[in-house]
Write a protein that binds this ligand. Structure first.
Ligand code: NAD
Length: 541
């Protein structure tokens, strides 16, 4: 630290731009989208400050327009991954010793670059790569990523300020060291903000990071990387490799210097990685930190006293925004019998009014799902529901992959509350509803708690405080983010730290101090001013 107890700017959430017709931000993002759509890019690996091209490449296409090619990305060999690890360990020597205010300066600058000159580009890239409509792109790639960067800088300084008591005889100090070794960040396709935050949060705390983005998000990950480079992240501090996830992961986990994983993605992948870490445990120099935010089967439960229009709106937004591909998306709903008729009418009317197509047409609320295997999986579940006499499709049910991977927002009403789509994470625009008898409120709350292996998000609607209270208690362990009279999506950094337990993750709450604690190893230093010179205590007489 330099000579001064520096204060960082107080973090405030980045305002969300409106993109209304005629607004300058709408014009800019659409122009950028068109330009990017018509330009081919090549995304190399990024190792020790250098772009590395290999002989092995894959193409990138928009999910809503899969015959169009946006460019190619290079895939790593084992040797590339080993080089990324060894160069990052070399970079660690200077990075870990760099004063915190310099690290803060870099990531605050990254936030400002995204808020300003990169905003249209990072949003357009997210519209193209992940088929987000402009609002979904703005709240993710721009606002949430900016918030992660700014709030984490503030949290870092709050952590560093946490110090133990001292006396006149001894001064106690805690140094918050980065972990010894390197961190491995594996990121999912669905949030550009998560892709940026997983490597950045660990790097901010003084660690070096090997970042592996999802194959389906490389296009927008490249923009994040460009921001990090322009903001001044030094060579080797964040290396980026793409390619075979199993080979990359096995190579990383074989390194004795592996000191932590920052993962977001599906539950089974995380469990496999955890198992591999366990198998290799005797090889590591330190116990690796294992942080993973994983799947969800998120619920809305509505009491007979709740407002049907509010419940229907929460279902329409909570289940179908970004085609239901949010880990927090509502995918199972439990609605009290006496309000169901009204809820159903409003929900079906809402869904009928949704327009579906390319995000370039800003009238479209719904776009495509991420890739063909997701499309095929969702189509399979929809077909099975069509054939099942215990399931009724009341909205949607059609799909078409001729141009893009389009699945109509679909609502299935089931008689069996344990029907497969009430339990399994589908990760798409398919919502399953179970209607319960008004008098079975308490029983239904237990059902909600016991139906799924996950515990990520959930929402309860009621105008009756006693009913809400009961839900809060019975569902205590059913969700890490619990909403009262609101949809279960849309967590904001600094306001609703995000994460779940059970099969949904280690609940280390992205966008909070708690997450940053995982990337540091405190060293306690006690300095005694006048050391004793006689071993005898008074009691020895
Ligand atoms: P995914 O598990 O398919 O992929 C995530 C990452 O893991 C990607 O980088 C992928 O390449 C990598 N990967 C895949 N197989 C691997 C393997 N065998 N070994 C090592 N790495 C491997 O997930 P996805 O489709 O990108 O994202 C959707 C999933 O992520 C959903 O389950 C969703 O609920 C979850 N998610 C959770 C949160 C949260 O905060 N809890 C947030 C976003 C997404």
């Amino acid at each position: 630290m330099g000579n001064g107890f520096f204060e960082v700017p107080i973090a405030v959430n980045e305002p969300i731009k409106g993109y209304a017709p005629g607004s300058p931000e709408r014009k800019e993002v659409l122009e950028t989208y068109k330009e990017m759509y018509n330009t081919k890019v090549e995304v190399p690996l990024f190792i020790n400050g250098k772009e590395v091209k290999t002989k092995d490449t894959s193409t990138m296409s928009p999910p809503h327009d899969h015959k169009h090619v946006l460019g190619t990305y290079h895939k790593a060999t084992k040797k590339n991954v080993e080089e990324a690890i060894s160069t990052s360990l070399e970079a660690r020597k200077k990075w870990a010793a760099m004063p915190w205010e310099q690290r803060a300066g870099i990531f605050l600058r990254a936030a400002e670059l995204i808020a300003g000159p990169y905003r249209a580009k990072i949003n357009a890239a997210t519209m193209l790569a992940q088929s987000k409509n402009i609002y979904q792109a703005e709240i993710d790639a721009a606002c949430e990523l900016i918030d992660f960067l700014r709030f984490n800088v503030q949290y870092m300084t709050e952590i560093y300020a946490e110090q133990p008591e001292s006396t006149s005889a001894a001064w106690n100090r805690i140094e918050y060291r980065p972990l010894e070794g390197f961190i491995y960040a594996i990121t999912p396709f669905n949030f550009t903000a998560i892709a940026g935050n997983l490597p950045a949060s660990a790097a901010l705390m003084g660690n070096v990071v090997l970042w592996k983005p999802s194959d389906s998000q490389v296009y927008s990950a490249k923009v994040v990387l460009d921001v990090f480079r322009e903001a001044g992240v030094p060579a080797g501090v964040i290396n980026m490799v793409m390619g075979d996830p199993v080979m990359i992961t096995d190579t990383v986990l074989a390194s004795p210097d592996f000191s932590g994983i920052h993962f977001t993605g599906s539950t089974h992948v995380f469990k496999d990685i955890w198992q591999k870490v366990g198998t290799n445990i005797h090889n590591y120099k330190t116990y690796p930190r294992i942080v993973g935010e994983t799947g969800g089967k998120d619920f809305i439960v509505a009491h007979k006293t709740s407002n049907p229009k509010q419940v229907a709106t929460a279902m329409a937004r909570g289940a179908f925004e970004f085609q239901g591909q949010k880990c927090s998306a509502a995918s199972r709903c439990y609605i009290s019998e006496s309000i169901w008729k009204d809820v159903k009418k409003d929900l079906v009317a809402d869904i009928k009014s949704f327009k579906m197509g390319s995000p370039e047409d800003m009238g479209n609320f719904i776009t495509a799902v991420i890739h063909e295997s997701s499309f095929d999986k969702l189509a399979k579940y929809i077909d099975a529901a069509k054939k099942d006499e215990n399931a009724e499709i009341i909205a949607g049910g059609n799909y078409d992959k001729s141009k893009g991977y389009f699945i109509e927002p679909t609502v299935i009403v089931v008689k069996d509350p344990k029907y497969t789509t009430m339990c399994t994470e589908l990760f798409g625009p398919v919502l399953t509803v179970y209607v319960f008898e008004d008098k079975k409120w308490e029983e239904t709350l237990h059902l909600v708690d016991e139906t799924s292996e996950y515990a990520l998000t959930g929402a309860v609607f009621s105008e009756d405080r006693y009913a809400l209270e009961e839900a809060v208690k019975i569902l205590e362990n059913a969700a890490g983010n619990f909403y009262i009279n609101d949809k279960p999506t849309g967590a904001v950094v600094g306001q609703q730290p995000f994460g779940g337990a059970r099969a949904s993750g280690t609940n280390d709450k992205a966008g909070s101090k708690q997450n940053l604690y995982r990337w540091i190893s405190p060293r306690m230093v006690k300095e005694t001013f006048v050391s004793p010179t006689d071993y005898r205590y008074p009691f020895l007489g």
